[in-house]
Write a protein that binds this ligand. Structure first.
Ligand code: GLN
Length: 544
């Protein structure tokens, strides 16, 4: 195909309508028809990336192979498409301005007044087209964060207006996602907010080609006619997006509504193929028809906002389907666990995952939970901070190093079993300076992880500043916690296991960033399997 086609997804009426899921679902359908498709998110905030945001503010920070700290929507894109994203797939206002200001300082605009239009909008247009110009994709979907009419979205909307015009007919189209609210007092769905938001878009010179309407109730034929008439779109381009019980249903729902067909028509692309969703639907069927269930505790300190652990929760869905098991994730606030409450919090569960995190709050609860699962043979998966806490727990309670700690929590600890990485010691800037992205790891023969991955070497994604202190390696290993995964170049400990325990694995990296529908992460699959085994053994013991 000659040139890349562009689809812009804007949002109206309110935020949180699920633009990311709609974009990912459309991308899935186009990919399933054989079109090479990628998705990009433009975020209108001034942080250069979301790495410096508290998870309570913005949910999880998703990390790509190339070490970009990005919006959690990129996680959805990867999980739906099974294709890696990169730094180019997430652009923020902060990054746009940073780049324009650096150019200004270098003298690239010498003699000119640097302005939002054209300099900022040109930079946005350039960023949008980077993926298209790579030659790797037939179609690039660009999701514009925020809602039309927001002050901070204006430069993006203007850039989209210019691009649609420059690209010419059938090469760049706009999908507008809106809400059609149901007023229970009137017993009616209302189109007015959608009409207004389409109007706002038009005031900025953009005509929506397709309307995707989020709704709690079916849109009647009359209502669809009305939306088409008042919003200036073809009748077939009014797409209903009704609430779904799982996000993984949305591609099929969009197919039933003809979103892919109308998109291809608008882009003047052939639609003589049918999307091949065989693998996707096989996953859905396993997901919806579990033969068993397990209850896994997620111990963390951001549990009030589930988006903080988005990729972990989705990984459990993939791994559950793979095992034909429904995974009930029980959120346990690490600050609520102490000597007295640990049993009531943990005892009945079939597995425990201790989550990633930063800072001191809640870590003692995590350590208590780990001691309990270690001593009671409950399957355990520790991720990043969770792995570090497993090492601390082992040092304190097995090696007898009473005040063992991470220097992140106590810089004066007599036993810094987790310590700041050497290369981190002179770092003063907080943004984008952690050990990030994909690093290799060699797996020890005869280990749990070697079996799980069925490979000698793996590559996983990272986001941390602290590491296992290798001065304690011999001591820790002699007492029964084995370092079964090491970075081949630096010897940095990536994985610890306790072979005496049925399933106890701590990983310095984030397996959750690499689990997809097509390729559930082996570590999550094995952890869910071990939890099911634990549950079965427990039931059998009770019956005996
Ligand atoms: N705070 C720890 C570190 O920086 C763990 C980070 C994490 O869990 N992502 O090493």
């Amino acid at each position: 195909m000659a040139d890349t086609k562009y689809i812009f997804v804007t949002g109206g009426v309110t935020s949180s309508l699920g633009k990311g899921i709609i974009a990912a679902s459309l991308a899935k359908l186009l990919q399933a028809r054989g079109y090479k498709t990628t998705i990009q998110k433009l975020d209108p905030y001034i942080n250069v990336d979301p790495g410096t945001l508290n998870p309570y503010e913005h949910g999880e920070c998703f990390v790509t192979d190339d070490g970009a700290e990005t919006d959690l929507d990129l996680g959805h894109y990867e999980r739906f498409l099974n294709v890696n994203t990169s730094q180019a797939n997430n652009v923020t206002t902060g990054r746009i301005y940073q780049s324009v200001i650096e150019k200004e300082r270098r003298g690239e605009f010498l003699g000119k007044t640097v302005q939002v239009v054209p300099h900022i909008t040109n930079e946005i247009k350039e960023r949008i087209q980077i993926l298209g110009k790579s030659g790797e994709y037939d179609i690039v979907i660009t999701e514009i964060g925020g809602t039309v009419g927001d002050i901070e979205s204006l430069p993006y909307i203007e850039a989209v207006r210019q691009l649609v015009w420059e690209l010419g007919e059938n090469n760049g189209i706009v999908i507008h996602l809106t809400l059609v609210p149901f007023l229970s007092a009137a017993g009616e769905l209302k189109t007015k907010p959608t009409q207004h938001s389409v109007k706002t878009l038009m005031e900025s010179g953009i005509k929506a080609d397709i309307l995707v309407c989020r709704t709690e109730h079916e849109l009647s034929e009359d209502l669809r006619d009305k939306l088409a008439l008042f919003c200036n779109v073809k009748r077939e381009a009014v797409i209903q997006s009704i609430d779904a019980s799982t996000i993984y249903d949305v591609p099929n729902m969009m197919y039933d509504e003809g979103l892919d067909t109308v998109t291809l028509k608008k882009l003047a692309l052939p639609d003589d193929t049918q999307p091949d969703l065989t693998q996707w639907n096989a996953f859905l069927s396993r997901h919806k028809n579990p033969k068993n269930e397990v209850r896994i505790g997620l111990v963390g300190k951001y549990v009030e906002l589930q988006d903080s652990y988005k990729s972990i929760l989705e990984s459990f869905i993939h791994a559950g389907a793979e095992n034909e098991v429904k995974v009930h994730v029980e959120f346990i606030h690490s600050e609520h666990i102490d000597e007295k409450t640990v049993t009531e919090n943990i005892a009945g569960l079939d597995g425990i995952l201790v989550a990633p995190g930063f800072g001191e709050r809640g870590v003692e609860g995590k350590i208590k939970a780990i001691q309990y699962v270690r001593e009671h043979n409950i399957p355990f998966l520790g991720i990043c901070l969770g792995m570090q806490m497993a090492v601390i727990e082992f040092a304190r309670n097995v090696l007898g190093l009473e005040h063992a700690n991470s220097t992140e929590m106590n810089s004066q600890t007599p036993h810094p079993v987790i310590d700041l990485m050497e290369e981190q010691k002179n770092i003063t800037h907080m943004g984008g300076t952690m050990r990030l992205g994909a690093w290799k790891c060699n797996l020890k023969e005869d280990s749990q992880v070697r079996k799980v991955y069925d490979s000698e070497q793996i590559s996983e994604r990272h986001r941390h500043r602290y590491e296992f202190n290798n001065q304690y390696k011999t001591q820790v290993e002699e007492a029964g916690m084995i370092c079964t995964g090491l970075n081949p170049d630096t010897g940095l400990v990536e994985i610890v296991e306790i072979p005496e325990h049925p399933w106890f694995v701590g990983v310095q990296y984030h397996p959750e960033y690499k689990s997809t529908v097509a390729s559930p992460h082996p570590l999550f699959v094995a952890f869910v399997k071990a939890s099911l085994q634990y549950k079965t053994n427990k039931t059998n013991a009770t019956l005996a």
